[in-house]
Design a protein around this ligand. Structure first.
Ligand code: ADE
Ligand code: ZN
Length: 344
């Protein structure tokens, strides 16, 4: 089995991490105090305690409420990127952000703050940050429509697409068909959380009705042969999350994880950290969990890290540069790159 410290040094990219979910409990409490926002507890050991997805999302929304100003966003975006770069050699990350969970901060100001943080982290720590504004599916289609219009009106290169998150049982994909069609027409890439705790049908609908190119989570697919065959034929990529999958599916952990079954079925997938400090993890730990269950060698782990770049929403020049850097660095770690054929 590969040593966790070696895995941490492997250069990595991730496609599924929520900015507000990447705020350590201590920082959330500091921001809440600074902004006069009420939290359920001010004890950092207690704040990130929950039993299921709805309870988790209640805590997540309280943390969102604590992030109030553009400067707050710059601070948390910088720290999230710096932490992952330092602890686990993260080099590229697409981050979700939920602008409609911050209704008092106009989207252009929120965006300016996040971009300040992402750009500074890239300069200081060499980690590229891209942004995916995510629709809170528990809110109305009209709120989602306004968000997408704001994203289109304030278009910047770092904002690469749109996402759909919160409780998949409470917001079916069809509710956002018009909003996704508008995003697609404006040239935005599209992903959606689906089949995290809801049924596999939501994965199929996200591909067919929303035109998604990636699916976040998607674990239910493994129990539905028709949806699985459809997903395989579509070529859609699954941005899975090792720890949150285990958390919300405690009966299927380790080698019994749906992620292991999804890989065995041939679905293209990546390993991601979702909401790292809220679940006591980071991208290094996610790779270690997956490596242990999959029985990865260092070459296997490198292959997994490189294939993430195939599904990243970056231009091909940048992708090739990252592939070259990943290969060079991983060879120094002792992996062979001979048989790899990624993104060429
Ligand atoms: N928002 C942040 N993390 C999430 C998750 N795991 N599922 C749905 N929405 C989320
Ligand atoms: Zn997520």
């Amino acid at each position: 089995m590969i040593d966790e410290s070696l895995l941490r040094r492997l250069p990595k990219a991730e496609l599924h991490c929520h900015l507000e979910g990447a705020v350590p409990a201590e920082t959330a409490i500091m921001l809440a105090r600074r902004n006069g926002v009420r939290l359920p507890t001010y004890d950092a050991q207690q704040l990130y305690r929950f039993a299921d997805l709805p309870q988790f999302l209640t805590v997540y929304r309280a943390v969102c409420a604590s992030i109030v100003t553009a400067a707050d966003f710059a601070e948390v975006a910088y720290a999230a990127q710096a932490d992952a770069a330092i602890a686990a050699n993260l080099r590229y990350r697409e981050l979700f952000v939920n602008p409609t969970n911050h209704p008092d901060l106009p989207y252009p100001r929120l965006l300016a703050g996040v971009l300040d943080g992402l750009r500074a982290a890239q300069v200081d720590h060499g980690v590229i940050g891209r942004l995916i504004p995510a629709i809170n599916r528990e809110q109305s289609a009209s709120v989602a429509g306004d968000l997408v219009e704001a994203v289109i009106a304030h278009r910047v290169d770092e904002v690469v697409g749109i996402g759909l998150d919160h409780n998949d049982v409470l917001g079916p994909p069809v509710k956002f068909a018009g909003v996704y069609a508008r995003a697609r027409a404006a040239g935005l890439r599209r992903t959606a959380h689906a089949g995290e705790i809801a049924q596999a049908r939501q994965v199929t609908e996200s591909i067919e009705v929303l035109g998604c190119e990636r699916i976040d989570h998607g674990y239910a697919i493994i129990d539905d042969p028709v949806a699985l065959a459809h997903a395989l034929a579509s070529g859609v990529h699954f941005a899975t999350c090792w720890s949150t999958c285990a958390w919300f599916h405690p009966d299927r952990i380790g080698v019994a994880s749906p992620i292991v079954a999804m890989a065995a079925a041939g679905l293209p997938l990546s390993i991601n950290s979702d909401d790292p400090p809220m679940f006591g993890t980071d991208i290094g730990r996610e790779y270690h969990g997956a490596a242990t269950a999959f029985g990865w060698t260092l070459d296997d782990a490198q292959r997994a890290a490189l294939t993430v770049l195939d599904a990243a929403w970056i231009d091909d020049t940048e992708r090739r540069q990252l592939v070259d850097e990943f290969r060079r660095e991983t060879t120094d770690l002792g992996a062979s790159t001979a048989e790899l054929d990624i993104a060429e």
